[in-house]
Design a binder for this molecule. Structure first.
Ligand SMILES: NC(=O)c1ccc[n+]([C@@H]2O[C@H](COP(=O)([O-])OP(=O)(O)OC[C@H]3O[C@@H](n4cnc5c(N)ncnc54)[C@H](O)[C@@H]3O)[C@@H](O)[C@H]2O)c1
Length: 183
């Protein structure tokens, strides 16, 4: 079972996701480019939990344990280390808005170069495993609603047994790596 999760972006969505995961007993690394945003997230989460305590829904100790489940990190490298899942909650940007017209290669390249991430979303999904991505998306859909539902392209790849790097094929074809094409 997935236990350690990184949340990239600690704004409204990111802090809410981090809180929900921590309340579910997960270890959460919360990363943001802005320390101010991280601090705001912490105080927002603490305030929200204190409302649970006031309402008699949890004890002060439980609230403290939940806060302790969330560790703020300030580098992406740290954020991506020793976690089984990374959830992105950064603002929409031009590269993402272009998703409807751009191909996966263009989107991955835009994210790598534009946001200075080590991988684009399709590369990351292949790396993590498309079955894991689908599973996470189903969990998030159950918890937070339709906006987290997985796209059909992902469902179809999983149904076809194309689970990313581990099976040799996902959004990209890795069987070609053996012939010298490195991704
Ligand atoms: N707020 C909502 O109700 C809602 C609902 C559905 C979807 N979304 C989507 O979720 C995403 C996040 O929305 P939000 O409302 O949380 O935004 P937000 O502005 O509250 O938070 C975004 C956070 O991302 C951080 N950030 C910016 N660039 C970053 C980077 N390169 N690396 C790490 N952190 C970075 C910012 O500092 C900020 O703290 C958006 O794509 C938005 O469309 C939001």
């Amino acid at each position: 079972m997935i236990q350690n999760i990184s949340v990239i972006g600690s704004g409204i969505m990111g802090s809410g996701i981090a809180q929900a995961l921590a309340m579910g007993g997960k270890g959460v690394k919360l990363y943001d480019v802005s320390e101010e945003s991280l601090q705001k997230a912490y105080s927002g989460i603490t305030k929200s939990l204190s409302r649970f305590v006031k309402a008699g829904r949890m004890t002060e100790e439980e609230a403290q344990e939940i806060v302790a489940n969330i560790v703020a990190v300030t580098t992406l490298e740290e954020a991506c280390k020793d976690v089984e899942l990374v959830i992105e909650a950064v603002p929409e940007n031009l590269a993402l808005k272009e998703e409807g017209v751009a191909g996966k290669e263009e989107i991955d390249k835009a994210i790598r170069l534009g946001l200075n991430y080590p991988m684009g979303p399709f590369e990351l999904a292949d790396y993590v495993g498309l079955d894991t991505m689908l599973f996470a998306s189903q969990g998030l859909t159950e918890a937070f609603g339709e906006r987290f539902r997985a796209p059909q392209a992902l469902v179809k790849l999983v149904e076809a047994g194309h689970l990313g790097k581990k099976t040799g094929k996902g959004f990209y074809d890795y069987t070609k790596e053996k012939e010298g094409v490195k991704r």
